[in-house]
Design a protein around this ligand. Structure first.
Ligand SMILES: Cc1ncc(COP(=O)(O)O)c(C=O)c1O
Ligand SMILES: [Zn+2]
Length: 402
């Protein structure tokens, strides 16, 4: 049984029945088809007591709040990542209650597995044979792994300078790799190429951007559910998320609303969006109180955090809402601060992150310095991707320039 009541376009409010299984608004307005659940029915099944007796410890533990039944799932062990009390790193940053949600432990070593597990389950349900993705690399590597396990062909549109570890994953998982170069200011070349392939070849789009696939958005919200179970919720003050397109924030925020909707929680932690200085359209919008339609894409994004370089935050509307409604914050950090966070995570906590995955910690350091995050606050930094994806960036810290 599905608990999805309807899907509603975030731009034009057109409503869709779940049976239609839409992926994009038929008006092609790049609205996200937000999925609404029957919270009353879910709350009868998904209770504190029922959760206690559930054995499953993966994304599918929260099946009632997912848009596809788990019988369609290809399971690689997505989700159920550890929450680590980072005492030594906390001490270095000047706080005692720092926790790391270590998303590098997912099957393909990034949080994107949560999204792609749900996205591919939907593709399986619909009998799709070809899926397409636009991605800086992590989401593509993840979709390729799930596609391989499901026997689906994966067509990945990635930037021409995508990280070597991510390309290696794509090759080994058997994806068709199409490298795209940004030619114009603010252009999202991989998305344009993916949309063209979707139109011309009928591929099923499954990027980790809400406007092009609403089902996968529901995967990352399980981070909020897990945190709720792993942590004293009332005491969680801040959750810091490295941000590119804003889809992760959208998922986290959706998860918080779901928890409240089904009566499992009555407070929201404050969500923080962390972007690199070289791609900070969303941070600017947050801090200047701009509306989504006022966001100007970054002309030519550049940062060591290659996973955070979407020129346009496709899910910026709900990312803005997430920050506003949780009384959160938006912060940008420079590459030096990001690499410092990579170093500190490894040296203090034994956690090996790629630069994009460490940006949340860099953002936290800045907010502590600025006095926004208090010394007694409880903070959860999401570590979203593994350092093994980009070993060259780690090596560059140790190799002297000629
Ligand atoms: C490691 C890592 N962290 C964070 C993000 C940002 O997620 P989003 O684009 O949903 O904001 C990405 C996106 O590719 C990523 O690869
Ligand atoms: Zn619409």
């Amino acid at each position: 049984m599905s608990y999805v009541e309807r899907l509603v376009c975030s731009k034009c409010r057109t409503t869709y029945e779940p049976e239609e299984s839409p992926v994009m608004c038929r008006k092609r307005d790049f609205g996200r088809l937000d999925i609404e659940y029957d919270y009353d029915a879910v709350s009868a099944k998904l209770t504190r007591a029922s959760l206690k007796s559930r054995g499953a410890r993966d994304v599918w533990r929260y099946e009632e709040l997912l848009p596809v039944r788990q019988k369609f799932a290809v399971k690689l062990g997505e989700g159920n990542t550890p929450l680590i009390h980072a005492k030594r790193l906390g001490e270095k940053l000047g706080i005692s209650k720092l926790y790391l949600k270590d998303e590098t432990r997912n099957p393909t070593a990034s949080f994107k597995d949560r999204a792609m597990a749900v996205g591919i389950a939907k593709a399986v349900e619909l009998g799709k044979k070809d899926v397409a993705i636009a991605s800086s690399g992590n989401a593509a590597a993840s979709l390729a792994a799930y596609s391989a396990a499901a026997g689906i062909r994966c067509h990945a549109f990635v930037p021409d300078d995508a990280a070597v570890g991510k390309i290696a994953q794509l090759m080994l998982y058997g994806a068709t790799i199409l490298r795209c170069k940004q030619e114009k200011e603010g252009e999202d070349a991989t998305v344009q190429a993916m949309l063209q392939a979707v139109d011309e070849s009928g591929y099923y789009p499954c990027p980790s951007f809400g406007p092009f696939n609403p089902y996968q958005v529901e995967g990352p919200k399980t981070i909020s559910f897990e945190l709720h179970e792993q942590h004293k919720w009332d005491e969680t003050d801040w959750i810091l998320a490295p941000t590119g397109s804003g889809c992760l924030l959208t998922g986290l925020w959706k998860g918080l609303q779901d928890l409240r909707g089904v009566g499992l929680a009555d407070s929201y932690p404050r969500l923080v969006s962390v972007q690199p200085k070289g791609n900070q359209a969303l941070t600017k919008a947050i801090n200047k109180h701009l509306r989504f339609d006022q966001i100007v894409p970054e002309a030519y994004p550049e940062s060591v955090a290659s996973g955070l370089l979407d020129p346009f935050p496709w899910d910026g509307d709900s990312a803005l809402a997430a920050i506003e409604r949780t009384n959160g914050a938006g912060v940008s950090v420079d590459d030096r601060a990001i690499m410092q966070a990579v170093r500190d995570l490894a040296a203090c906590e034994g956690v090996f992150a790629e630069p994009s995955g460490a940006a949340g910690v860099a953002g936290l350091r800045k907010l502590i310095r600025e006095g926004v995050v208090g010394r007694d606050d409880t903070s959860v930094a999401l570590v979203t991707g593994s350092g093994l994806k980009e070993p060259d960036k780690v090596m560059s810290m140790f190799l002297k320039k000629p």
